[in-house]
Design a protein around this ligand. Structure first.
Ligand SMILES: Cc1ncc(C[n+]2csc(CCOP(=O)(O)OP(=O)(O)O)c2C)c(N)n1
Ligand code: SF4
Length: 308
């Protein structure tokens, strides 16, 4: 049973006011992934080793520089959890041989996009959970293969246009439920977060940092070029994902799923969709009522099915 602790983050004024991550990164302006990472890193702290699979965030590190205070390891797309196992083992051996004190131990953090987390790296992730690896997995979910031009991934939502789903109905598949896949492995912790909900995000990473074992935070990450909207709208898009119920904020702990922010009066999904060019074909040249209703129904069914 995880210990119940009181969060030090009760409101915005309790959040860190200075940031650890270096500035001037080559991420796109308005990058929702960077927005989430910036906040998460403040609480993870500098005693951490980041293991990063190929993706947009790889561009944060241009050898020999990174905006991180600690170490950084780059892996192939499918292998970040295997890389994390190697780093964790090395730290444990150094501590065991007294070449490093337990106080100097570091948090091993996997950082990948959804292409790796929901798809290519899922087998290595499942194996790491089976071995009860002590690691924190951060997935910035921009719902496509962003770094290579937003091809669809296993996280792409139904109806969205991508570089490889350009037809009148957009992507015909459905977003995979990574939260449920992780929870089925019975890990220490799983949570969804959103950069535009900083207090909820801070509380979850604070909680995850008190635990050992496999822990995942999935950050829905609005992506201006991939989702086709003005970069200044990133916070608005993120907030609407929560207010429309498209992105439920929740956590899995001790075998239970708890919703941490419930949109009591959910806004119509249309308000979220309309802000993004990847859904433009739903509204122009004429309204695709059927597809808009399909998307709304799926969200409604989700909220109707859970015991709040
Ligand atoms: C096995 C393999 N296939 C393809 C690539 C090319 N590649 C590099 S980054 C990337 C996109 C990764 O997508 P995601 O994990 O969602 O991260 P994002 O780019 O969105 O940050 C791809 C396909 C690769 N590096 N390795
Ligand atoms: S493509 Fe999207 S996820 Fe990648 S850096 Fe740009 S805004 Fe961020």
């Amino acid at each position: 049973m995880a210990e119940q602790t009181v969060s030090i983050y009760r409101s915005m004024k309790d959040l860190p006011s200075t940031h650890l991550l270096g500035t001037g990164t080559p991420m796109c302006s308005g990058c929702g992934g960077l927005e989430a990472l910036n906040q998460l890193y403040d609480i993870i702290g500098n005693k951490s080793v980041f293991v990063n699979a190929a993706g947009c965030m790889t561009l944060l590190s241009v050898y020999p520089f990174t905006p991180f205070r600690g170490s950084w390891l780059y892996t192939a797309m499918a292998s970040a959890p295997a890389g994390a196992q190697g780093v964790r083992d090395a730290l444990d051996i150094l501590i065991q041989k007294q070449r490093m004190s337990a106080d100097e131990d570091m948090q091993v953090v996997v950082l990948t996009g959804d292409g790796a987390a929901y798809g290519m790296g899922l087998s290595a992730t499942s194996g790491a959970m089976e071995r009860n690896l002590d690691f924190l997995y951060i997935c910035y979910d921009n719902e496509g293969y962003g770094n290579t031009g937003q091809q669809f991934s296993a996280a792409t939502p139904h109806g969205a246009k991508t570089a490889t789903s350009k037809g009148p109905r957009g992507y015909p598949g459905f977003k995979k439920d990574l939260f449920a896949i992780w929870a089925a492995h019975n890990p220490a912790y799983v949570a969804t977060v959103e950069g535009a909900e900083p207090v909820d995000l801070a509380r979850k990473i604070e909680k995850a940092m008190t635990m050992k074992g496999p822990r995942l935070l999935i950050a829905l990450s609005p992506c201006p070029p991939g989702w086709d909207y003005d970069p200044k709208e990133t916070v608005n898009v993120g907030k609407l994902a929560v207010k429309t119920g498209v992105w439920p904020l929740k956590e899995y702990i001790d075998g239970r799923v708890v919703h941490t922010k419930i949109p009591r009066e959910r806004k119509p999904v249309e308000e979220y969709l309309k802000l993004q060019g990847r859904y433009k074909h739903l509204f122009e040249p004429q309204r695709n009522e059927k597809l808009i209703n399909e998307i709304q129904d799926k969200v409604d069914r989700y909220w109707d099915s859970i015991d709040l």
